[in-house]
Write a protein that binds this ligand. Sequence first.
Ligand code: NAP
Length: 461
Amino acid sequence: MTVPGLRVAVVGSGPAGLYTAEAVIRQATADGIDVAVDVLDRLPTPYGLVRYGVAPDHPSIRSIADYLKRVLEHPRVRFLGGLCFGRDVTRDTLLACYDAVVYATGAARDRRLRVPGEELPGSAAAADFVRWYCGHPDSDPAMFHLDATAVAVIGAGNVALDVARVLAKPATEFGATDMPEPVLAAFAASRVEQIHIIGRRGPAQARFTTKELRELGELPGADITVDVAQADLDGFDAEPDRRVRGNLAVISDWAGRPARGCPRRVAVRFWQRPVEILGTDRVTALRVERTRPDGSGQVTGTGEYAEFPVQLVLRSVGYESVPLPGVPFDERHAIVPNAEGRVLDTDGTPRPGEYVAGWLKRGATGVIGTNKSDAAQTVRALLADRGAGVHRADPAAPPLPDLLADRGVRPVSYQDWLGIDEREHENAAALGRGERVKLSGWDELNRASGRQGARTARSSR
Ligand code: NAP
């Protein structure tokens, strides 16, 4: 078998990883380079946040998986799932087996709020709530019960909108989605009536995108309110950008809108910063302080406090990347230090053959499509380095799957993933629920992928 002229490993099969694989194939082929790309993932399932982050009621965003599927099915791309970086495969092994390694593991950790009461039962990261309703195998299906009648969602970004919308919708709206059965049952039993979305700055500074914001006001079973005194519509610049102008139109429409008597209510509250999550055994209220602009784009407290009785607090204040073993990490910005995707060592020099893409490269910002141009930039750097003779894989190193086989580790293949995919379609048909119902938990995934009994990410954790 001939060895390809360029062997690339991409760590992470979410949008950043798969757009990177696509860009490598496209740019290398255009340069006449014979290329092969292995895409590794810790999970036995591909697509990262498209599968385990995008809300189940957003099928058009989920359909990005159809596009990414074509990348995975490209003859020069191979999926190696169920491999945990740092345990099943190390940086050194990858650098020996491949000319270049691209880290694209996203942002797995929630940012902390750093207020008293954050650890109380009933206070959870929105990231965990999202993973739960998306059926992530690391998430216990019994993790959330939705027995709260009032919920505070802290943060004014798109994740806060997703979480608030999913809580505000009737469970019947999820019947035809891929939500796992136990999660759907929890939503059917939900007692939630009141949802507060808490923004520490004003509406002009909120991170919402307009389409997602508008959607929240169009839910049939939920009233949406914005206190006119908190909307501060004058805070919008004369010439704000398109997104902010769009948000202004939506929020102006909501401000002072009379309630229709819907079973659920969503209150969007601006200029409120959380100061404490109250409760003894579990959350009973959220204490906030009214804020005002400090003149530098941030806020300062006014000394005016309020308490909202809530039994569930979902902290939705952004995601952070986690360090990868052996790979430099900038703790302050929670990214891998890089120059246009080239991983930089602690002294600021590029590490030969190591690259980064997506949220791990730039922080948890942008929509899924942002990762396409981001990946293209990283791949341009990678190919320029190849031209300059920077890469240095060990020509005698065996292919990674052979090396893993010697250690008794069998990755999940694309065919194995198709086994899971098929089971999920069968599940939906049997339950009379849409096109797919996700399997939940490692055991179900391992059974469906035919890896029962094999060494898996879970069994060896
Ligand atoms: P985000 O957009 O960064 O929003 C985080 C929010 O939390 C901001 O309003 C921020 O306020 C607030 N915040 C941060 N620290 C806080 C604190 N200590 N106290 C109170 N509030 C605090 O993050 P995200 O919502 O997690 O979204 C992550 C990325 O995924 C974004 O790029 C988002 O657009 C994307 N996403 C897109 C979609 C979609 O397109 N449908 C869906 C979900 C996520 P400040 O602005 O004042 O810092």
